[in-house]
Write a protein that binds this ligand. Structure first.
Ligand SMILES: [Zn+2]
Length: 124
């Protein structure tokens, strides 16, 4: 699996602000002073991993919602009175899955906030 580029904002020691799509192993050359900056590969990896987890969680939630709606629609089609049980069912699933979802989401968010140390590269 190829790693996605990570968008970061950075500030050069000359004071120039830049936005940058970081790929591991790629360096950034400041357009103002031409210093070359190399990102810490492990941090870039952590941020990319967090972004991927967030996307995965969003897909999971969407899939669960579609699945729950489908099941509810089928149940109600079979037996209209079961519509009374649908809110209980959906509420129960939500309550049961919320702590796990929150924890995973927070972990992923924390990863995306990992700061990426830059080292100046003098090799040209
Ligand atoms: Zn600069």
């Amino acid at each position: 699996m190829t790693m996605a580029a990570v968008p970061v904002k950075l500030r050069c020691t000359c004071g120039h602000d830049g936005a940058w799509l970081v790929m591991p192993g790629q360096s950034w050359i400041c357009p103002a002073c031409a210093r070359t900056w190399v990102p810490d590969a492990a941090s870039v990896h952590a941020v990319a991993e967090g972004a991927r987890d967030l996307a995965r969680l969003r897909r999971l939630v969407l899939g669960l919602a579609v699945g729950a709606l489908t099941v509810a629609a089928v149940l109600v089609a079979i037996h209209p009175a079961w519509i009374l049980g649908v809110p209980t069912l959906v509420g129960g699933v939500l309550l049961a899955s919320r702590p796990t979802y929150r924890k995973r989401r927070e972990q992923a968010l924390a990863s995306t906030r990992t700061s990426i140390p830059l080292t100046e590269s003098r090799a040209v």
